[in-house]
Design a protein around this ligand. Sequence first.
Ligand code: NAD
Ligand code: UD1
Length: 333
Amino acid sequence: MNILLTGGTGYIGSHTAVVLAQAGHRVVLFDNLSNSQASTVDRLAQITGQRLPLVVGDVRDEALLANTLRDYAITAVVHFAGLKAVGESVANPLLYFANNLHGTIALLHAMQATGVRQLVFSSSATVYGNPHYLPIDEQHPTGSTNPYGRTKLHVEEMLFDLARSDASWHIACLRYFNPAGAHSSGLIGELPNGIPNNLMPYMAQVATGQRAELTVFGDDYPTSDGTGVRDYIHVMDLAEGHAAALQHLGSQPGWDAINLGTGQGYSVLEMVAAFSRAIGRPLPYRIAERRAGDTAACYADASKALTLLGWQAKRNLDDICSSAWAFQQAHTT
Ligand code: NAD
Ligand code: UD1
């Protein structure tokens, strides 16, 4: 297949590019580099031996997208491009609606104009809002607790209506749980700007000494040790999930939503223990108040992905932590 990855130089997009290129697909990257670097292409070349084409542009640029789809005879699109910081979306909702919603509408127009009808969309477990039951399957009611989450939900609903209006569309919304870890080469991974909001990159910066200690947000949740429980999925497993979804999509018209998680939840303190194993010493932390908006526990029922796509996560917590640590060390000056 000839596959366009919007947001292809980003964290999940770059790992997916590796898996797809190594599986023999022709991969084209499209990114405005607002949260990634063009040099990712060099690192992808080191890993795959292939120099993947990168089109630098904004997904809101419908004409550029349509030209790209035509020029590279694209048959399927994976739409990663978007903004993803919850706090920023609360402070600046219009930025999120403009980028994530307008960006998707422009992409769909360009796909419609060029006859490309296969789309995988980067959705999130955030579309379930606060969990009503665990593990969370795809039948769980949807909801949203912040503007970022609302953009994911709105896009999913828009895609549902589109597929219902025109039977030629093949659309899969992949609902990621908590992506973490890095490629085993240490060449690509997650490198957030500024102070990380998320647990894994924060722990990595504590390990390098960039931050003094991890702040554990709350130890009074109704969980095994009182700290928050999440479903951390290795980014390479996630990448392989996209390859499986693209394989499946060709013979599957319509719209579907599929969880990509491991089905296993780990607490913050279990994560601290795993990261301490990876670095070979205890990671310093202190317990603090709960973070506003956090939920006690969130993990997937991942059985639909196994039944439908024949995919399940293969890597464990130690693989996640050791790969994240190798990447962090390689990128700390
Ligand atoms: P990322 O920021 O590393 O990658 C997103 C990429 O999209 C970046 O390279 C950025 O430059 C690009 N981009 C943003 N807006 C763009 C635009 N208007 N035009 C062109 N390019 C644009 O983030 P990621 O972690 O790789 O996430 C990829 C997708 O997965 C996002 O849609 C995100 O919401 C979703 N997601 C991520 C997580 C997570 O924890 N990382 C969880 C659930 C869902
Ligand atoms: C957060 C976002 C979610 C987004 C996801 C991307 C919020 C409320 N939710 O999810 O929308 O899809 O990131 O991966 O921002 N923790 C600490 N100390 C820290 C950081 C985190 O104790 O410095 C704890 C949190 O309280 C939580 C767990 O670690 O229990 C995971 O947090 P995080 O990595 O931010 O992910 P989510 O909160 O699940």
